[in-house]
Design a protein around this ligand. Structure first.
Ligand SMILES: Cc1cc2nc3c(=O)[nH]c(=O)nc-3n(C[C@H](O)[C@H](O)[C@H](O)COP(=O)(O)O)c2cc1C
Length: 199
């Protein structure tokens, strides 16, 4: 007998990285729910050390996204190795100038520099938020190596303006926005074989 997936499993299967957004801002009530989903994520030792800095300032997001773009690995996708045909990443399309893809909301997740589980804490909070976003009809994209968006004098000034403690670092960004109208929801790549090992 086939198992019917419940709503959580359907949500997990449906979420995809979205990199093409409507310019209109996301609903505040949706943002609040997404942030709560992040705050209720597991954290190492129950320390709740992750800070979620929400920026909806178009100019700042664009400038940081461009800094990140210029600091990204120039290695480009090939005909056989690519990130996404439907929602191209900066590795797929050299014409994309903004590593945040003009998302109207960019959440930078900061965590302590000297804590072993900072990256994991951010990643699990991000997954909660991406699933919450998907369930609310909002597209999201995980952006790794968050610190590279601040790697120049403007980025450093922004960190000071935001009052970020110097013993914290930007682990990653989470992009949020409504998927661009007319885009099909992306199809996942086929799953690679032999990744589950039953012993
Ligand atoms: C640790 C991590 C870092 C990522 N960094 C980026 C990134 O810098 N830019 C980007 O466009 N997507 C980034 N992604 C999104 C992945 O490209 C995406 O999850 C992957 O292609 C699979 O697609 P899916 O999320 O639609 O299943 C990242 C994902 C993870 C988990």
């Amino acid at each position: 007998m086939e198992t019917i997936p419940n709503e959580v499993i359907k949500n997990i299967m449906h979420r995809r990285a979205i990199r093409s957004f409507e310019t209109r801002q996301i609903e505040e009530s949706a943002l609040q729910q997404i942030l709560q989903a992040g705050l209720y994520a597991p954290s190492a030792g129950g320390r709740q050390g992750v800070l979620l800095v929400v920026c909806q300032d178009k100019e700042i997001n664009e400038r940081l996204g461009k800094i990140k773009r210029s600091n990204s690995n120039p290695k480009m996708a090939t005909a056989t190795s690519y990130v996404s045909r439907e929602q191209p990443s900066i590795a797929d399309d050299p014409n994309l100038r903004n590593a945040f893809y003009d998302a109207p909301t960019v959440i930078t997740m900061f965590a302590p520099k000297n804590f072993l589980f900072s990256a994991e804490d951010c990643a699990v909070a991000a997954e909660n938020m991406m699933l919450a976003a998907d369930s609310l009809g909002i597209g999201s994209c995980y952006i790794g190596a968050g610190w590279t968006a601040f790697a120049d004098s403007y980025g450093q000034e922004i960190l000071r303006r935001w009052g970020i403690r110097t013993d914290y670092y930007a682990v990653m960004q989470l992009l949020l926005g409504y998927p661009r109208e007319g885009d099909n929801h992306p199809t996942p790549k086929p799953r690679k074989d032999n990744r589950i090992i039953r012993v």
